[in-house]
Design a protein. Structure first.
Length: 413
């Protein structure tokens, strides 16, 4: 089923990003048998001439066989050849007591299980050991996730899981695609989104602010592709509002010119503040509470600080963006804005007030990086507004029952 080239089957999968586009053809671009299971690249051609590539597995229930064949044991690199390229598995050898550790012992990965539910990617986990994230929609180029994890691991930052390995497809034509990453599974951890929906704890919010600041400090020297953000999609939002029957849509539509002016003013003020520890650098890029785990019990070897309590995940950036954009240098205030908007969503979901938690998060971050909290707030403002515009577009398109959350935030500007 997973390896099917039937377009209706593919359209039913959440990871397929061309649901509303006419498709002209679907073909297997290349494949290889790995551990007795077929790993394939599907090429979907659209009527407008564009194409997308997707990674598929013939039998996802046996994904562990692929992981075992690719990563287990002492090999730093293994290759499996298709007709037009090769699938390469690279082990990120960790070090312990001065000795290199293998990515996974023989037999460890065979029991990999599929995480329930579908997202833009698929995940498989080995209890107590690791998680493999299989990227579904593939783009040629350097993928930010393995790059960032490798950098954070070498930096010694404890805010992220260990990178155990990565899987690539290298086409004979020279293009390279990231297929997935194998990383440490964090024990005794709970989803920060659920925690803050249930309780807006100011102490935990402040500690998360500090952990976020340490992540940014570790990423500061990682090179990127370019500098800057794209402007928020005001025009798209306007079109969606005109087509919506939501009572808040007309109110928001009437305020669009004012919002554009507010964003321009905030942006001018923020640009003067984006220096020093707020200057453009590599960031997470898709930062919210769903990307953070809170550890309930720390291992005895952990230092017991915020770096160990929180684990920040999913450094791939926004999957709908190009790889070049995801690797851009942008102000850390972009991540700050994403987390503040996430607090608002958690508060709306749990029926809570998040003002104290937001303030604690900002103060924790500012103290850790030596930034004036007022400057941090001002630098974050245009990014908060831009994030709410993106959210409003998304909710109108896919989750209209949630539209009221970003709509109210935009109407309050």
């Amino acid at each position: 089923m997973q390896g099917s080239t039937d377009i209706e089957t593919i359209r039913s999968r959440r990871w397929f990003m061309g649901r509303n586009r006419p498709v002209s053809a679907v073909r297997v671009a290349d494949s290889a048998e790995i551990g007795g299971i077929e790993l394939a690249l599907l090429e979907v051609s659209f009527a407008d001439g564009e194409t997308d590539k997707y990674a598929t597995v013939k039998d996802e229930a046996r994904m562990g066989a692929i992981l075992e064949a690719g990563f287990a044991g002492n090999s730093d690199s293994r290759e499996f050849h298709g007709e037009r390229g090769k699938f390469v598995f690279l082990g990120a050898r960790t070090r312990k007591d001065g000795q290199a550790e293998e990515c996974a012992g023989q037999g460890t990965l065979l029991g990999a299980k599929t995480f329930p539910g579908e997202q833009s990617n698929s995940s498989f986990f080995v209890p107590g050991h690791s998680i493999f994230k299989l990227y579904r929609r593939l783009q040629a180029g350097i993928h930010p996730e393995a790059e960032i994890l490798r950098h954070l691991n070498s930096f010694g930052a404890c805010t992220s899981p260990k990178l155990y390995g990565e899987c690539l497809y290298k086409a004979n034509s020279g293009e390279e695609y990231a297929i997935g990453v194998l990383e440490e599974m964090v024990d005794n951890a709970h989803d920060a989104w659920k925690r803050f929906c249930e309780k807006m704890d100011a102490g935990e919010a402040a500690a998360l602010g500090k952990a976020t600041a340490r992540m940014h400090a570790a990423l500061k020297d990682l090179p990127g592709t370019d500098v800057g953000n794209e402007p928020p999609p005001f025009d798209k939002l306007e079109r969606l509002l005109k087509a919506s029957e939501d009572p808040l849509a007309n109110q928001l539509l009437a305020s669009m010119d004012s919002l554009r002016g507010t964003f321009a003013r905030m942006g001018t003020e923020a640009r003067g503040l984006e220096t020093g520890n707020l200057a453009p650098q590599r960031i997470h890029g898709d930062y919210h509470l769903g990307q953070v785990l809170i550890r309930e019990r720390l291992p005895e070897s952990a230092p017991g600080d915020d770096d160990s309590k929180f684990k920040i995940l999913d450094f791939e950036g926004e999957p709908s963006r190009t790889l070049a954009y995801r690797r851009r240098l942008r102000s850390p205030a972009v991540d700050i804005a994403g987390m503040l908007r996430s607090f608002r969503y958690a508060a709306a979901t749990g029926g809570r007030d998040c003002a104290t938690a937001e303030k604690a998060f900002m103060e924790g971050y500012a103290a850790e990086r030596g930034i004036d909290p007022k400057h941090l707030q001002a630098a974050a403002q245009p990014h908060i507004l831009a994030k709410a515009v993106y959210e409003a577009c998304y909710e109108l398109e896919f989750r209209p029952d949630w539209f009221h959350i970003p709509a109210k935030a935009l109407l309050a500007q």
